[in-house]
Ligand binder design. Structure first.
Ligand code: SF4
Length: 251
């Protein structure tokens, strides 16, 4: 097991104290260590946003790119050097708004990268505007009368575009999240991990308390090779919210 300290810098984070992005970082560092990876064999590509601001926290190769363009840069890195483990980090705005076309193309083409999305249903870095995943009715400064449409389901989009690895995690379930990351990195092909990430500063609805009694883990016997079942399961939302690997199949 590689020392976890090898993967982190001494830089200070710009995140709000207690932000659940810290948990995602902890899960990822744990994953790198348990997979015995080495920092110089990892390339990370970061979107703009709170999640992307973790670019200064990882002691790996890193590229902080344009908003919504995490996937093409990550694919380019992988094509240039196939021996690298390539990770994309983005928020729901960049991943599912500006970058949605890249998500569907990467899902279809099955590029061998891991894409991790901190999904908090808001553009948080710009202080809380509605994002593509904001639920219908959500009032924000950009939608004072509430969002008019249902939020999109990124997992359903990825599955219907042919993605070969689709999962959802919860930021504060660090061990479980790390297990998903491990499988995603080992997977030969494109992997999407949508991570439910409570924004403790701006989101008064999807709070840790709200998630507490709703989150549940998929059964260990869940049939991960059945795409149609996954497409139904990823739509379960409300009183019960499943997390885990919904679909995985190497092509
Ligand atoms: Fe985290 Fe929200 Fe603060 Fe951004 S605004 S650092 S997502 S708590």
């Amino acid at each position: 097991m590689t020392n976890q300290n090898n993967f982190i810098t001494s830089n200070k984070s710009s995140w709000c104290p207690g932000c659940s992005n810290f948990s995602i970082k902890a899960a990822l560092v744990r994953t790198f260590s348990e997979l015995n990876l080495e920092p110089h064999k990892i390339a990370m590509v970061f979107d703009i946003g709170c999640a992307g601001n973790s670019c200064i926290l990882y002691n790996t190769y890193g590229f902080h790119g344009l908003h919504g363009r995490t996937i093409p840069v990550a694919v380019g890195a992988k094509m240039a050097n196939k021996s690298l483990t390539v990770i994309g980090i983005a928020g729901d705005g960049g991943a599912y708004g500006e970058g949605l076309n890249h998500l569907s193309e990467a899902s279809r083409s099955n590029y061998d990268i891991t894409f991790i999305v901190s999904n908090n249903f808001l553009y948080s870095l710009t202080t809380g505007q509605a994002s593509p995943t904001s639920e219908k009715g959500t009032k924000t400064k950009s939608t004072p009368e509430g969002v008019q449409k249902e939020g999109l389901n990124p997992l359903l989009i990825a599955l219907s575009a042919g993605a070969s690895f689709v999962a959802r995690g919860y930021a504060d379930e660090v061990k479980h999240l790390s297990e998903i990351f491990k499988e995603a990195i080992k997977h030969k092909g494109f992997s999407l991990i949508d991570v439910l990430q409570p924004c403790i500063t701006l989101d008064k609805k999807n709070t840790r308390e709200w998630y507490k009694n709703r989150i549940y883990m998929l059964d260990k016997n869940w049939p991960v090779k059945e795409r149609n079942k996954a497409m139904v399961k990823v739509q379960e939302w409300g009183d019960r919210i499943p997390i885990g690997i919904f679909f995985k199949e190497e092509e």
